[in-house]
Design a protein around this ligand. Structure first.
Ligand SMILES: Cc1cc2nc3c(=O)[nH]c(=O)nc-3n(C[C@H](O)[C@H](O)[C@H](O)COP(=O)(O)O)c2cc1C
Length: 504
């Protein structure tokens, strides 16, 4: 299998050119305010499964933006798949490939080695190439020239305190690593509240890679070097959002997705590497001690987060391409861009989950339930109690299910993505006095204000599978099904009864 169906995209503009060719990019010449209006328009387009957006006349407080804004880049599943380099129907195969990469098996002879060629190529494509005069430093603003107001930073929702950088790729490395280290670098998307010309708040949740690096630097009393890329090739952006194991650097992994070595460059004023072809890079230091109250901002849950202190970054340089593009988005009640990305990552992660819990046939994390708070899982059930085993395996073995407070388990004749199917299974195969598993005092997303304590709450497992063996003493229902020959006869009759094919 080849890793990609599409050519590699070396930067954001190459990807936009591809989308344009597909008729999947809309240029907007009408003036649109970066305060609220851009969010309202973007939401409508996203809900309609519409194209990526390029705002050429964005403005704020009467002043026209000095560069175009790009939004809704990953607001449709087809564009997330394209960003991963594959056709939408091949995301599952890419997931198989990524799962196989995690399991290095000994090579057995030349034929076997050749059959593993995509994996060898994938391994080679993680070695970065260091570029000396990178496009992302065609313009380099330092000292008094540093001013975040040069960027068309959005204010997404009413009541928010300041403009918010919504698509920052925040690059950090642990102490005791070299300035040109790319293997230990972490890249995560952590929103950034602007605090005037040259300061911003970095809002990484406690369990994120960036937060762990910051704790390590702060423990030594040192400010941490930080670089923030805004607008990069789609593989780099999506690698930053994927929940990769801590030992795997997103910058290197982006090469696996792109099928090409990552192009990196030394940052201009901080000891870090940055994506050489990024549109804009902010460089600076996250203070070891200084924090500022962040928010309230609209979040992916559909509510405003509470105000909390997070570290302040002092910006030492803004570097950019000669004609930069500013990448932006909003987060809000699903669907938003992160929830669309999450629904594609669902299919990407399935092969790996199946390797760990083989009875699992399919999983759906409904975007409407914030993409992780609820899961519907189908299993190939063979023995009594197996639905509970699947729930416990998901909660116990896979960190991404830590905050999944509801798991519904169904049989594999149920389509986990179909509300009609799942509701039928819950209505006909589940009894609340026997089939609920309730847990208390488990880890819960601290953003979940419904839990009794912050960060600690309950979980519920709903076993909506057919009951077998000792699970029931009752005669169980038999599913109604028409015979195939009758269906075939009706197929033949149909056009004679309904001319247009539709019953009317
Ligand atoms: C648009 C967008 C905004 C996000 N905002 C935040 C944020 O403000 N804070 C945060 O901790 N995670 C945020 N995330 C999620 C993380 O970026 C994501 O989980 C990532 O995999 C974390 O990387 P890490 O595990 O290396 O820390 C956001 C994701 C997206 C797509």
């Amino acid at each position: 299998m080849s890793l990609r169906d599409l050519p590699p995209f070396s930067d954001l503009r190459a990807f936009l050119a591809f989308l344009d060719g597909e008729g999947d990019l809309k240029r907007i010449d009408a003036p649109v305010d970066t305060v609220h209006e851009m969010t309202a328009l973007h939401r409508r387009v996203l809900v309609a499964d519409g194209p990526a957006l390029r705002f050429d006349q964005a403005h704020s407080a009467g002043a026209r933006a000095s560069m175009p804004s790009i939004a809704n880049l990953f607001g449709a599943q087809r564009r997330v798949a394209a960003g991963l380099g594959v056709k939408p129907e091949r995301v599952g195969e890419l997931g198989e490939m990524l799962a196989a990469l995690r399991e290095p098996a000994p090579v057995d002879g030349l034929k076997d080695a050749l059959s593993r060629w995509p994996m060898v190529r994938a391994a080679l494509s993680t070695r970065p190439q260091i570029v000396s005069r990178p496009p992302c430093q065609q313009i380099c603003l330092t000292g008094a020239d540093v001013d975040l107001a040069r960027l068309p930073i959005q204010t997404c929702w009413p009541g928010e305190p300041a403009p918010l950088i919504t698509w920052p790729l925040v690059i950090t490395r642990p102490p005791d690593t070299a300035a040109d280290d790319s293997a230990n670098v972490n890249v995560g998307v952590y929103r950034m509240q602007s605090l005037g010309k040259d300061r911003a708040i970095l809002r990484w949740l406690h369990h994120r890679g960036g937060a762990a690096h910051h704790r390590a630097w702060a423990a030594r009393g040192q400010d941490m070097p930080v670089a923030v890329a805004i607008g990069a090739d789609p593989a780099t952006i999506l690698a930053a959002v994927l929940p990769l194991p801590e030992s795997l650097s997103e910058l290197r992994f982006s090469g696996v997705l792109r099928g090409e070595r990552p192009r990196l460059a030394a940052a201009a004023t901080v000891p870090l590497v940055v994506p050489a072809d990024a549109e804009i890079v902010l460089e600076g230091y996250a203070s070891a001690t200084e924090t500022a109250p962040e928010g309230p901002y609209g979040d992916h849950t559909g509510y405003y987060n509470s105000v909390e202190p997070f570290p302040v970054m002092r910006i030492t340089a803004i570097t950019m391409r000669r004609d930069p593009l500013y990448l932006t988005t909003f987060t809000g009640r699903p669907p938003d861009e992160p929830s669309v990305i999450g629904s594609v990552f669902n299919d990407l992660a399935l092969p790996l989950i199946r390797r760990q819990i083989p009875e699992i046939a399919d999983i759906w994390l409904p975007p409407e339930a914030c993409s992780y708070r609820m899961a519907v899982v189908s299993i190939r059930k063979r023995y009594p109690g197996q639905a509970r085993r699947a729930m416990m395996a998901l909660w116990g073995m896979l960190p991404q299910f830590n905050y999944t407070k509801t798991i519904v388990v169904v049989d594999d004749d149920i389509d986990v993505r179909s509300f009609a199917d799942v509701a039928w299974a819950v209505a006909t195969r589940m009894d609340p006095s026997r089939d609920l598993m309730l847990l208390s005092n488990t880890p819960i997303d601290y953003l979940d204000f419904a839990s009794p304590e912050s960060g600690l709450g309950g979980k519920i497992g709903i076993d909506a599978t057919n009951k077998i063996g000792a699970e029931t003493q009752r005669e169980w229902g038999t599913v109604l099904k028409m015979s195939a020959d009758v269906e075939a006869r009706v197929d033949a009759l149909w056009p004679r009864i309904f001319d247009a094919g539709k019953p009317s």
